[in-house]
Write a protein of this length. Structure first.
Length: 84
């Protein structure tokens, strides 16, 4: 991906626990494990501990989003280690 292309998540699918499979506009897929973020218990991330809330994510034009309250930059999610 060149520096002029905006990184986005084009598709996301809940797997299990706090793991989501994400498809990026680069053609790459990653399994993102949010367990450490959820366990941090900081700020709005505390809401993600409720598994039903966690599963209720949607895609906005750029990234995974929970109820227009919680979202993570796609660049941040892209840089997380693949949890496969």
């Amino acid at each position: 991906m060149d520096n002029t292309t905006l990184l986005t998540i084009t598709k996301a699918e809940y797997l299990d626990g706090y793991r989501i499979k994400a498809w990026f506009n680069t053609g790459e897929t990653k399994i993102i494990d949010f367990t450490s973020i959820v366990n941090s218990g900081k700020g709005l991330c505390k809401k993600l501990a409720n598994i039903d809330y966690f599963k209720s994510f949607k895609l906005d034009p750029f990234t995974i989003d929970w109820n227009d309250e919680i979202g993570f930059a796609p660049e941040y999610l892209y840089e997380l280690p693949d949890a496969q």
